[in-house]
Design a protein around this ligand. Structure first.
Ligand code: SF4
Length: 327
C-alpha cells in the first residue's frame, strides 16, 4: 500500500536540512507519498522551500532548437523519429543559416541557455561547425548545450574547444530495452562529458506508468553522482502509433511529486526543471522551463513551436506567474 508516515517524512526532512544525502530507500519512501494526502503537500512545500532558499526567485528559460528530423537508429519506442516508427511529417535538416536565425531570435528574447538537438546519427563534424557559428552570436551569459548521440573523449574535447558549455545526456529509463542504445555507451558518454569538464545536464526520463520508483530513484542518484547542477524530470508523452503509446502517461500530479522528490534527492545547485512545462510543477521547487523550436521526439510536427512546444514568451509567463524573475 502506498503512503509515508509523518515520522518517516520528518526524519527525511531533517536529513535534507542537515545536508545529509538521501539514499535510494529514502527516495523511494518519498515517492510513495500518497498523492491526495497532507504529506503530498508537505513534500511539495519542502522542495519549494529549498528552491526559494537556494535559488532565490531566479527562474531560468532554456530554448532548444531541433536541427533535424530523420529515422534514427536509437529507435526509441516512444519517439516519433525511431527508425522503425518514423512518423514526423517529413524528413528535414535545418541549414546553418536557419539555425543561426532561430538562435538569434531566441537570444533577443533573453534566454539563459540554448540547446542544439540532433538525432543520434547526425554528423558530429557538421554539428561542431554549426555550434561554432552559433557560439559566435551568443552573449557570454547564455550557455550553449549539445543534445546529440553518444560520443567518446575526443568529441567531448572538441565540444569543449568549440565553446559548448554543457551536454544534455542521460541513461533513459529502460535504456537498451525500449531503445536500441546500450546503457554502457550512455555511461561512457557521461564519463567523457565529465572528463572534458563540460557541464552535464541530466533528466529522469521518459517516465511512464510502468517504471518503478526504484528505477526512478536510481536516475536521481546517478545525477547526484555526476554532481549535476541542472536537473530535470520528464514524463513520457504518448505519441500515437509509437510502440509505447498504449502504456499511457503518468499524470501531471504524479510528475509534480517526482519533481519534488528529485529536487530533494539530487540537490542541483542551479535549477530544477520539468518537461514539458506544467504550471502545477512550479509549486514543487521547479524554477526552469524549456521553450522549443524545430522538431522534438514527442511531436510529429516539424515545427513543435507551432504545435506541442511552448514559446519563450509562454514559459517566461509561467515562471512569472509564480513569482520567478527571468532575464
Ligand atoms: S529519442 Fe533521440 S535517440 Fe531516441 S530515436 Fe528519438 S531521436 Fe533517436
Amino acid at each position: 500500500m502506498q503512503g509515508i508516515s509523518q515520522e518517516t517524512m520528518d526524519a527525511l526532512f531533517l536529513k535534507v536540512d542537515g545536508d545529509v544525502p538521501l539514499t535510494k530507500e529514502d527516495a523511494v519512501a518519498l515517492l510513495n507519498t500518497e498523492s491526495h494526502s497532507d504529506a503530498f503537500y508537505r513534500l511539495l512545500a519542502k522542495a519549494e522551500e529549498l528552491t526559494r532558499r537556494e535559488y532565490g526567485n531566479r527562474g531560468y528559460v532554456f530554448a532548444q532548437i531541433g536541427i533535424n528530423s530523420a529515422p534514427c537508429s536509437g529507435n526509441c519506442k516512444f519517439c516519433s523519429m525511431g527508425c522503425e516508427n518514423f512518423m514526423v511529417q517529413e524528413e528535414i535538416e535545418k541549414t546553418e543559416a536557419e539555425v543561426l536565425e532561430e538562435a538569434g531570435r531566441a537570444v533577443e528574447q533573453h534566454i539563459d541557455a540554448l540547446f542544439l538537438m540532433t538525432t543520434a546519427d547526425y554528423d558530429m563534424k557538421k554539428f561542431l561547425r554549426i555550434a561554432e557559428k552559433v557560439k559566435a552570436i551568443l552573449p557570454e551569459d547564455v550557455m550553449l548545450v549539445a543534445n546529440i548521440g553518444d560520443f567518446e573523449e575526443e568529441m567531448a574535447k572538441r565540444l569543449q574547444e568549440t565553446g559548448i558549455t554543457g551536454v544534455y545526456h542521460i541513461v533513459r529509463l529502460n535504456e537498451g530495452i525500449d531503445t536500441a542504445l546500450c546503457p554502457a555507451d550512455r555511461i561512457r558518454t557521461l564519463d567523457a562529458i565529465r572528463g572534458a569538464g563540460l557541464e552535464l545536464i541530466y533528466c529522469v526520463e521518459p517516465i511512464g506508468p510502468e517504471h518503478t520508483y526504484e528505477q526512478i530513484a536510481d536516475e536521481m542518484l546517478r545525477a547526484r553522482e555526476y554532481s549535476v547542477n541542472i536537473m530535470a524530470c520528464m514524463k513520457r508523452v504518448g505519441v500515437e502509433k509509437t510502440p509505447l503509446y498504449e502504456r499511457g502517461e503518468i499524470t501531471d500530479l504524479e510528475l509534480t511529486k517526482i519533481a519534488a522528490v528529485t529536487r530533494l534527492v539530487t540537490r542541483p545547485k542551479t535549477s530544477m526543471n520539468v518537461h514539458e512545462p506544467k504550471q502545477m510543477t512550479l509549486l514543487a521547487g521547479v524554477n526552469q522551463l524549456y521553450a522549443e523550436i524545430g522538431i522534438n521526439p514527442r511531436d510529429c510536427a516539424v515545427e513543435t513551436g507551432s504545435n506541442r512546444g511552448f514559446s519563450i514568451a509562454a514559459v517566461k509567463d509561467m515562471l512569472h506567474q509564480v513569482g520567478y524573475e527571468t532575464k
